[in-house]
Design a protein around this ligand. Structure first.
Ligand code: BT5
Length: 320
């Protein structure tokens, strides 16, 4: 109901009477007033004048369903948005909801995470209101061995969404988006599966959008950046999300329908931070020097070790 009320206020510059809203939605004027009060608490500035009604003055910078839905250009992704003010981890929450039957294309968003997760149990910092913490639910009918490709598809879609906003980035295989050699975004793809069948995939994305330098924890200040730090201006979080979902939906269904994620891999190659460079392949405490040669037709990174042997990495840790 809140979403319906906000949508109607958004599409009218003038006042709308409480009576009209109550007739339209079949609820009492007192109920309308209750929803308006809730919306004001969420940060919507709504003018209310007796006998005239309600008028929207400004909307808060929230990544809620109310704010994102009008921007969506998708058929499936984002049609069901679940938004939290604060949550432990959108990926963990998405997994809980998937166990209860959440459908493909659902998107879990939070203004902050209190226990955001990276890969291998690492932490992910997501300060309130200035970052994006998003998890997208997928139910691909593919062999579980192909799931790592989803991370590449997501990285490609993120780079297209950034480009649409005149933001240039590099992709550091397999799951980092980098600007000026610092990390602006990370992807964590998790799944629940049986041997040959995927129950669900949760693709988690953390983006540093309007975070100021001081807001990063000390231990990541030298490796992390935000779009605001790099571009010197506030960037619309909801616009990034809507744009990402549009590109992701296209690339993802292309992969599902054709079995090939080549267009995504091509984007990853073009924007790759690693290809042609000397890198280290990291396994536990071991760092082995190698050269990043290519990203192959499976989205795997082909590396050449100093003794000339070639190896393909499915996922894992590399550094420049
Ligand atoms: C990642 O892991 O980069 C995956 C991050 C995924 C986060 C999203 S947010 C929504 C969803 N819900 C979750 O709980 N997680 C996902 P990894 O490659 O392991 O990188 C983790 C490392 O990045 C940490 O050990 C830090 O060094 C660094 N780091 C932590 N927070 C960062 C941030 N905000 N910006 C840049 N680097 C960060």
């Amino acid at each position: 109901m809140k979403k319906k009320i906000i949508n109607i206020l958004k599409s009218n510059d003038d006042f709308i009477s409480g009576q009209m809203l109550s007739d339209q939605f079949g609820i009492t004027r007192a109920a309308i007033w209750k929803y308006i009060t809730q919306l004001k608490k969420e940060g919507y500035e709504i003018e209310s004048i007796s006998r005239k009604g309600y008028r929207l003055i400004s909307s808060p910078d929230l990544i809620s369903s109310e704010e994102i839905t009008p921007l969506l250009e998708t058929k499936v992704f984002g049609k069901n948005i679940i938004h939290y003010d604060s949550i432990h981890s959108t990926n963990s929450q998405a997994k809980l909801l998937c166990d209860e039957g959440l459908q493909e294309g659902s998107v879990i968003l939070s203004e902050e995470q209190t226990s955001g997760r990276g890969r291998l149990g690492r932490n992910w910092s997501s300060p309130k209101g200035s970052s994006i913490s998003m998890s997208v639910v997928l139910k691909p009918e593919i062999n579980p061995v192909h799931v790592a490709k989803v991370t590449q598809i997501s990285a490609a879609a993120l780079s297209l969404a950034f480009e649409e906003m005149d933001i240039q980035c590099n992709i550091k295989w397999p799951n980092d988006i980098i600007i000026n050699n610092k990390k602006v975004c990370g992807i964590l793809t998790e799944m629940s599966s049986e041997l040959n069948k995927i129950n669900y995939v949760v693709m988690g994305i953390g983006i540093n959008v309007n975070i100021d330098e001081e807001a990063f924890p000390d231990e990541i200040k030298s490796i992390a950046t935000s779009l605001k730090i790099e571009y010197g201006k506030q960037i619309s979080r909801k616009q990034i999300i809507a744009s990402f979902l549009k590109y992701f939906e296209n690339l993802y269904f292309e992969f599902i329908n054709t079995g090939s994620a080549e267009s995504s891999f091509e984007i990853c190659r073009k924007r790759s931070l690693l290809l042609g460079k000397n890198i280290y392949v990291i396994r536990g405490s071991e760092r082995t020097p190698a050269t990043a040669v290519s990203i192959d037709e499976n989205g795997e990174l082909i590396v050449k070790y100093e003794d000339g042997t070639l190896s393909n990495l499915v996922s894992g840790e590399v550094s420049v």
